[in-house]
Design a binder for this molecule. Structure first.
Ligand code: CA
Length: 536
């Protein structure tokens, strides 16, 4: 990436015109200055802007003929709909989007990156679980089988937090795992396995300490034994030994023993107390950074996402992988246009094939709904300078850094079930922030990294979310919502490398119990299940 000229501010504090070009062959660069640049502005290269170009939007660095490629990140992000003069604003209407890359004939495991030296000596304070995983939080999660019980569980959680939680100071929180699934759905449809395994696997997230308690209605399609069949979970006794005598802990609201609402709440609170006692006996211990399971994603992206925050996340991803941690990147429609880069980075042909299988499944899923990957971009993305999904995808993929991809998860699958306990993994999910976050929780994420350019107050109750701003303007305006400012990269005040390291260190602090911006305020979004199967 080159950024010209070196950032300077004049005596009035007005910054010199500043553009960012991502790769040497690019014929466009984005304007970095807050407020954009006016027509007539002269760049350090001598190029005079023909149009006013908003911040984050592209300026043509050279004349581009009608039908010629508009190149950013060294690839064609589109073709010029008409001749574009040097200095013009290259807005989305001037670009024709390329067709999606065919899933045939892709390069397979052709890139063998040199394995960098392992990163030793980095640790955090986490909660060790019996299955070998480590929690970054000590949370009592109440699994629900169906939306029908959500109101009761919400009421019970408020009572537990007010009346029980203060007596268990080593427990961080109590969370009801509420969702819209469980009944009124075609539960035997092949794709129903996705929401069901998602719920099952979320209940086993490392941040919940192996404690599983379930609230069920009674008549729903997703019966507790279907959600968590014997053998799919393990109850441990006080010594951490498997307890064969104890089955799934279920409070069933339709049980005859319940007479009135208050008795349901009493049952849930009695069950919660037993789990809280066990969770409260746990203490943080020093564990290696390899115990981190980090899910990375972006939301509310702009043209800076791929120039500042996401490349810094890519550096952090490489550091985490070197430290032996597990990192997941996701968001199918935001990697689809770079599938050839990803199959080339697959560690084995099997991993490449699994990636292609997930892409093909998602192409078909979108096709069934009469859509394709171009449905991804939002009005805010475009206002932020992203012309189309190709440009957005190139900026999104950089979150994955440069490590080989060692595994692939289908939506809702769990890393440990596939023997994946280190390295870079592609976890196929929709790009929807809430659905992606929910599926990464199911995979076993214990800390989440989330980059944003337009700004979103996103948070999860189940795992800490470290939010990274792409511009200093956003970091300033949302000073109490953004954990890390990657905008300093565009300002010329920090390098991508330095910001990646800062994020890596911040993750270790947060994993050790330091609260994120969203946690301090108490902000979180709802879990949202991915249900590609029919409802009835
Ligand atoms: Ca997203």
């Amino acid at each position: 990436m080159s950024s010209t000229p070196a950032i300077a501010a004049n005596a009035k504090g007005v910054r010199a015109p500043h553009t960012i070009r991502m790769a040497d062959g690019d014929n466009v660069a984005i304007v970095a200055n807050e407020g954009g640049l006016d027509a007539g502005t002269v760049l350090a290269s001598g190029l005079r802007l023909v149009d006013r170009v908003p911040q984050g939007h592209k300026v043509a660095l050279a004349p581009i003929g009608a039908g010629d490629a508009v190149v950013r990140y060294g690839i064609a992000i589109g073709y010029a709909a008409e001749a574009i003069a040097a200095g013009r604003w290259v807005h989305e209407r001037l670009l024709k989007m390329p067709a999606a890359r065919s899933l045939e004939g892709l390069p397979v495991a052709t890139i063998k990156p040199p394995s960098p030296a392992p990163l030793a000596g980095y640790t955090f304070e986490g909660f060790r679980n019996a299955d070998g995983s480590v929690g970054t939080r000590n949370i009592l999660a109440i699994t629900t089988t169906v939306q029908c019980v959500a109101g009761v569980v919400e009421h019970a959680v408020a009572r537990i937090k007010a009346e029980l939680l203060p007596r268990f100071p080593n427990v961080d929180d109590v969370v009801g795992l509420e969702h819209g699934y469980g009944c009124g759905v075609a539960i035997d449809a092949p794709d129903a396995q996705i929401p069901i395994r998602t719920l099952r696997n979320i209940s086993k997230n490392p941040n919940f300490g192996g404690e599983i308690m379930v609230v069920s209605l009674g008549c729903e399609k997703l019966q507790p034994e279907r959600l968590l069949p014997p053998g799919s979970f393990e109850i441990r006794d006080e010594r951490g030994e498997p307890d064969a005598g104890e089955g799934l802990d279920v409070v069933c609201l339709q049980d005859d023993a319940h007479v009135g609402f208050a008795s349901m709440i009493d049952s849930i609170m009695a069950s919660a107390r037993r789990h809280l006692e066990r969770l409260d006996a746990r203490r943080r211990e020093t564990v290696p950074a390899s115990a981190l399971v980090v899910g990375v994603q972006c939301g509310g992206s702009d043209a800076f996402s791929g120039a500042t925050a996401n490349p810094a996340v890519g550096v952090c991803t490489d550091l985490l992988v070197r430290a032996g941690a597990t990192v997941m990147f996701s968001e199918v429609t935001e990697v689809r246009d770079g599938i050839d880069q990803l199959t080339a980075r697959a560690a084995t042909p099997e991993v490449a094939a699994a990636m292609v299988r997930e892409m093909a499944w998602y192409d078909a899923y979108l096709g069934k709904g009469g859509a394709d990957r171009s449905a991804n971009t939002t009005p805010g993305n475009k206002k932020g300078g992203l012309a189309n999904i190709v440009e957005k995808a190139m900026g999104s993929i950089v979150k994955s850094g440069s490590a080989p991809i060692v595994g692939v998860l289908g939506p809702g699958e769990r890393l440990r079930d596939k023997g994946l306990t280190s390295g870079l993994v592609y976890a196929a999910t929709p790009a929807s922030d809430f659905i992606c976050g929910t599926l990464q929780l199911a995979a076993g994420m214990n800390v989440h990294v989330f980059t944003t350019g337009r700004g979103t107050p996103y948070g999860l109750a189940e795992a800490p979310v470290v939010k990274v701003a792409t511009t200093s303007g956003l970091a300033r305006r949302w000073h109490d919502l953004m954990d890390v400012n990657a905008g300093t990269i565009a300002d010329g005040e920090a390098t991508i490398e330095e910001t990646g390291w800062a994020l890596f260190r911040r993750l270790l602090e947060v994993a050790s119990g330091e609260r994120t911006c969203a946690e301090r305020i108490g902000l979180h979004n709802a879990l949202v299940l991915f249900n590609p199967a029919p409802v009835t």
